[in-house]
Write a protein of this length. Structure first.
Length: 339
């Protein structure tokens, strides 16, 4: 392949958003992804209005399946309440494919293994040369492992483990349900209906506290499924979930090392309160593109590390939520809170 200005490793929301901004500015960009799109990505697919704003798309103009919520149903320790909030669900299979195609970048199916750096830039697997390299390959991104990990490793105390399943089912309840801290879960479980008769259910938790309590996700998954069956929200078919882990936002990066940049899960960008990763992936991908285009250091500290401001529109409730987060230690040291 001819050398390009930028190689982006990973074509998820972080990689495609970075690529789109660079292509728009006239740069030659190749996105290398080990998967052929459309590809499955484990994710509940909840997206906030801010995601569409960052993408410059009005939700009704999104051309694939979109399901809209005008409130969330929150369950905490036996209490249930409705939180008025306009939110959306998408299928990542469709969403990521749409974003990657519209980026206009050259898309190359290729699993990246070896990255060599020299005076002119980078050589990837001895075959792809570029001046700038962007790591947007998720938690196990090879750019993170080979260029960044020694400088600044992910903060192990911010690791999240998640287990979920998305499957076709004629759901009856069209609302999004979230169960917080059920049976000592240091996280939450979800029921997220999607357009076209799809449903995503899952459990996510902070890995360290989960282990410290002698628990694992399988037990919480079984409890979620039992609850949903009991409440007739799902049927009795056997369900086989899959797992994945990623890192929540730490204030210290890493984001840039010379001409190499990180974005999305590769940089541990998900929000501290709800583990929302799609919006931060998009905005950090765009920040990496800005860093390349302007030649200035890239530190996307302007990207909020909390989802709360997007989810809770009522000012009083938001203040209450912020206080609770502060008391629980979520908004303590090292956390950039700018929105
Ligand atoms: C169970 C679960 C539920 C979640 N639910 C939500 C939610 O509802 N809302 C939300 O906002 N966030 C959610 N998240 C977080 C969100 O999914 C991620 O933060 C987001 O996908 C990060 O996007 P990304 O572009 O950084 O990485 P990804 O979307 O993971 O994309 C990385 C890409 O890199 C490619 N890649 C990896 N390694 C290589 C390699 N060696 N060579 C080439 N290509 C490679 C992969 O194939 C992949 O396409 C959830 C996460 C999990 C695990």
């Amino acid at each position: 392949m001819q050398p390009v200005d930028v190689i982006v490793v990973g074509g998820g929301p972080a990689g495609s958003s970075c690529a789109a901004a660079l292509v728009e500015a006239g740069r030659s960009v190749a996105v290398l992804d080990q998967a052929t799109f459309p590809r499955t990505k484990l994710c509940a697919g909840w997206v906030t209005p801010a995601v569409f704003r960052a993408l410059g798309i009005a939700p009704p103009d999104y051309p694939r399946g979109l399901h809209e919520f005008d409130h969330l149903v929150i369950h905490v320790k036996g209490l249930t309440f409705r939180l008025p909030s306009r939110q959306y669900s998408v299928r990542r299979l469709e969403f990521d494919d749409f974003l990657l195609r519209r980026s206009g970048a050259t898309i190359i199916p290729h699993q990246v293994h070896v990255i060599d750096r020299d005076r002119d830039g980078f050589m990837v697997d001895g075959a792809f040369r570029c001046r700038h390299l962007v790591g947007a390959g998720g938690t196990r991104c090879p750019v993170y492992r080979q260029v960044f990990r020694e400088i600044c490793a992910h903060n192990a105390s911010l690791q999240v483990a998640a287990m979920e399943l998305e499957y076709p089912i004629q759901w009856r309840d069209p609302r999004c349900h979230l169960w917080f801290f059920d049976h000592g879960l240091p996280g939450y479980s979800w029921y997220v209906p999607k357009a076209g008769g799809w449903l995503n259910i899952g459990v996510g938790a902070m890995s360290g506290p989960l282990r410290a309590r002698g628990q694992n996700l399988h037990g919480h998954w079984a409890r979620l499924v039992a609850r949903l069956r009991r409440d007739k929200m799902i049927d009795d078919r056997p369900l086989e979930p899959a797992g994945y882990s990623y890192y929540l936002r730490d204030g210290s990066g890493p984001w840039q090392c010379g001409n190499a940049f990180l974005a999305g899960d590769a940089a541990g960008m998900a929000t501290r309160d709800l583990g929302e990763g799609i919006g931060p992936a998009i905005r950090s991908g765009q920040a990496a593109a800005r860093g390349i285009l302007t030649g200035t250091a890239c530190a996307p500290t302007e990207i909020s590390a909390l989802s709360l401001d997007e989810v809770i529109q009522n000012g009083l409730l938001r203040a209450l939520g912020r206080s609770l987060l502060h008391l629980s230690g979520v908004t303590s040291r090292q956390l950039p809170l700018a929105a």
